[in-house]
Design a protein. Structure first.
Length: 255
């Protein structure tokens, strides 16, 4: 993107949107002097209406409760515009936790059902993979910007999903399983399928004592998803990476 001002929206219907806003503001404020991040003008705004979404160049979908977020999005007339934003316009979108669930093409069903997905990431997500709130945990994760000389990134998992399967075109045209919800197909993106490969950005380390190797961060083209809550620790490096890598698209991992 080369425009003079970039508007980054945060879907502010439910969940941890304020924390993301503060992290994005801090990431911009603390950019290395003279870097692209430093010289670009950002506006960080809360998004609650289709008009506000239309004014955004990029979007964060926070953690919270994916069923509630999708229900409010539907009632606010945002569900279809969100699908268009992520899947047809292909603007940069980052979903954390509940946001990752909503951006997945398939997810295990919520107990009470009724959840609509935005879709876009060709993955199947398993909701609440690690169990209840009391099973929340933290661990150090390998992320692209954490070099040998950098402090580790502490990730917070709260009723977190994982990516249990990377989907193929055949998976997405097969009948959908009973316990799975699938995002609707969009005619406008039909020919685009497979254009961007899924990149596994991070998996749980073997030291964690959970299931080592569980995928907790993925990127497919313009869409980035993380199982954990990077906005709940003081570390803004992942927000800075996303702005630099996915929004400004410089294609360099180290910043
Ligand atoms: N921290 C979170 O965002 C939890 C997500 C929640 N388990 C859901 O299914 O929506």
């Amino acid at each position: 993107m080369t425009q003079s001002k970039i508007t980054v929206g945060i879907l502010a219907l439910q969940g941890a949107f304020l924390e993301h806003k503060l992290h994005l503001q801090k990431a911009v404020r603390h950019a290395s002097p003279g870097s692209l991040l430093d010289t670009t003008k950002f506006e960080i705004v809360e998004v609650r209406t289709p008009e506000q979404l239309a004014a955004a160049d990029a979007l964060v979908i926070p953690g919270g409760e994916s069923t509630a977020i999708s229900l409010i999005a539907e009632r606010s007339g945002l569900l279809e515009p969100l699908r268009q934003f992520a899947r047809v316009d292909r603007k940069p979108v980052w979903g954390t936790c509940a946001g990752l669930i909503l951006l997945s093409d398939e997810a295990s069903k919520a107990r009470k059902g009724g959840q609509e997905l935005i879709g876009g990431l060709h993955v199947r997500c398993q909701r609440n993979h690690f169990g209840r709130q009391t099973e929340s945990f933290e661990c150090d994760l390998a992320l692209p910007f954490v070099g040998d000389d950098e402090p580790p990134f502490r990730a917070v998992f709260i009723r977190a999903p994982i990516v249990e399967k990377v989907l193929t075109g055949a998976d997405l045209t097969a009948d959908v399983a009973n316990d799975v919800v699938r995002a609707p197909k969009l005619d406008a993106e039909a020919d685009d399928y497979k254009t961007a490969p899924i990149e596994v950005i991070s998996s749980l380390p073997s030291t964690q004592g959970k299931e080592a190797g569980d995928i907790v961060a993925v990127r497919q083209g313009n869409i980035f998803g993380t199982s954990f809550h990077p906005e709940l620790t003081p570390d803004v490096r992942l927000h800075r990476w996303w702005l630099q890598e996915c929004v400004l698209g410089r294609g360099e991992s180290r910043i």
